[in-house]
Design a protein around this ligand. Sequence first.
Ligand code: HEM
Length: 459
Amino acid sequence: MNGEPSSGPKAFKPPKIEMARGHLSTLALLRVMVRNPVAAVPPAAYEEPHASLQAAGQAMFFPTKPAIVNTILVQRHEDFAKSRIDNRLLNPILGDGLLTAEGEAWRWRRRLAAQAFRPATLSNYLPVMRGPFEELAGRWKRSPGLHRIDDAMTAATIAVICRTFFSSFHQSEADRISGVIDRYLRPCSWPVSYESLGLPRWMPHPGKLQMERTSAEGRQLVRSFVARRRQGRQDPPDLAQILMDARDPETGRALSDEDLVDMFLTLIAAGNETSANALSWTLYCLAAQPDLQEVLADHVRVVAGHGPVETPHLEILSDLTHFLEKTMRLLPPVPLLSRRALRPCEIAGQTIEPTALVFIPIYAIHRHKALWSSPDTFNSDRFESLSAASRPRCAYMPFGAGPRVCLGASFAMMEIMAGLATLLNAIRFHLHDTTPPEPMHRITLRPRNAIVLRLEPRP
Ligand code: HEM
């Protein structure tokens, strides 16, 4: 039990998603899901070891007890595959990429891609990752006042992906690819909801045509990048070059051009909004807790001075890391995972049939009443005293768990921490709107409307 205080100055509660309560008709459930899929997670999932839902003949299972989640994602991962939702939603744009592939098709890609994500490789790219945040801090210092944070973080994280992976991308290509992913994902709660309710793929929904057009545009854009890069090596190598040169350590196989298109689009899709949302929500939580913000900013200044944030600094800034981790507990960038059983499975006394959808609601696990004594409160002192090793496995899992755990977790932590420390060292963030931003689930957990903060340069 995690016993954080429920009142007093430490009792800041970040915005939360209102759950849909009571029995819902299929149509009402569809409406809830389209608006905010996480709102459809049954309230029982926040209190009980698991919850279930049946709608339009479709069984849905929501495990939240860490031991059950661990069974599905880790111990018996071979009995479970990604759900049809991931396939329906992501396959048209990402093809057979790391997020969507299964079995051996996934395993060899993962082995190969891991070569670009080794911490020793990534640490060479810290200055490149830091760059977009340094430039942003400079612009904000020159023009303080009200700024939209969420858009700025999306632009900065797409710049990080482009500069680390695709250093020969022109700015216009980076802007276009960012626009493609955004336009593709905007109507995504429709296919997610349709698939959850077992509705057929041909059914029309708002934005369907837009998704088809943008996936073709995105694939074409990356295809021409791959063709260009095949004509000459990038020197010094960016992470795309490392992936183009990489061979599967077990078979010696390399990625074909089409494999590279799948891989690159997957990395852009998986690595942009996730990190951008983690950054936006963390800056919002810093602005909401000004005293804590000052303590953390002072620490950054002591460690990094007025200079750039370097790798050894990030290791020292454990208090800032904890702040980020707490934000990702309450506002996890990926709030919901989905799986399907490959064969009938006995889990927690229930038979999970292959037709059932298994949702792992990270959002509900991170706010579960049996795991956190004051589940919606930001500041859990116990969170710090409970080291990752002493926490039950899968009680805190912003990056997922098991063999399909986020491949980019180290990349993301380095990028986000470098970004936060750089921004905090330059700028004081103040709340502006009196209405808190509403978290909205669109694969990632983004703010429904803009997050606008008032920015004040630090001396
Ligand atoms: C705060 C930032 C991030 C969070 C919270 C996050 C979270 C996750 C989660 C929960 C999964 C597991 C999905 C599942 O099991 O169904 C995942 C998978 C993945 N993530 Fe991340 N991610 C982040 C950043 C990144 C970045 C920066 C990259 C790459 C540059 C990346 C690349 C991937 C890939 C390739 C997968 C698929 C792994 C596989 O199936 O083998 N992620 N991420």
